[in-house]
Write a protein that binds this ligand. Sequence first.
Ligand SMILES: Cc1ncc(COP(=O)(O)O)c(C=O)c1O
Length: 403
Amino acid sequence: MRATTTSEVVLAIDGGTPVRDKLLPYGRQSISEDDIQAVADVLRSDWLTTGPKVAEFEEALAAWVGAKHAVAFSSGTAALHGAAFAAGLKPGDEAITSPLTFAATANCVLYQGARPVFADVSPDTLNLDPDRVAERIGTNTRAVLPVDYAGHPADLDPIVALADRHGLTVIEDASHALGAEYRGRRTGSIAHMSVFSFHPVKHLATGEGGMVTTDRADLAESLRRFRNHGISSDARQRHASGQWHYEMVALGFNYRLTDIACALGLSQMKGLEANLARRREIGARYTAAFRDLSGVVTPSVRPNVNPAWHLYPIRVNPAQLNADRAHIFRALRAENIGANVHYIPVHLHPYYRDRFGYQGGEYPVAEAAYEQLISLPMFHGMSDQDVQDVIAALTKVMSYFAR
Ligand SMILES: Cc1ncc(COP(=O)(O)O)c(C=O)c1O
């Protein structure tokens, strides 16, 4: 036991008083009375699914990101699967992606019977490194899936240029990055297809939900069929035309997003600009508070981007601390700060290890980053006091463990 004086800080993990009484989650949705009303209105209407709200939401989101088409899906994962299908991925094909992502990014390649190939990330943004992607392109490569990690856009221009030279499709996993800007353009308007998620911790929440945006009509048509069993028309089109006849022309799924969810998404869009502004404000406050805190590396932002700040992932530098990442994580939790870790590199999950023989050491930048990452609470509904509590808790914990 360390001897303590009354002036000495006692961490909550050692029995001291936590910075907060109640756990602050790392992310959560904000639902307004208008959102509730929008959902209630749909519940009183004729269409609970495949109705007018789906097209309205798709058109609004396409216009907002600056894409010609948007196709709604029942989740971001289903949207990724649709994009992998529309890109034509099939057994024998390969698609290159980042190891530092949620497993769904790589899993969608497997759903199509193709093989995910990982390429390491850049040490600053932890996004797919275009030079490492170039090294992994082979005769079977068909697609590249950059991930906008934490809401910082991937380096899309060189990746799209590389893909165009090799005839590959770029599927951007923009699940973290609705509203992020890359060289003056919003994500969703740059890659061949971009995928968004509307899970509650994201910028816009529909419960479950996702969307693919694209400028290409052929891809949009393929996506629409895929989410509806591979059928050439949907129920509303048949209702409008009075026709019963339809044809199944490809093997698809039921990945439709309901009108209930789309009404919520449309209503949530009204707050999107304000939500992004709030996340950017919180990100700036964190960075100002932690820039000089020993043992902490704040997320880097490249000069030509404006991140959407889905996450605020710091890296803890063990060389400057008397504790490892796991202990710091537990200490923050004890202070009632809902820290998290994004992500265990995909290739290190048992499924990928068993199936592909990964042993660790294959992607040193992603693996080293993973050992140091801690995501701090970041969501637009955080109060100033919440932000202050996170700053106080991290400062308390890191100062305590500083060498
Ligand atoms: C990077 C990334 N890709 C894909 C997904 C999957 O999205 P969903 O949960 O909507 O299926 C997520 C969800 O957290 C994600 O973070």
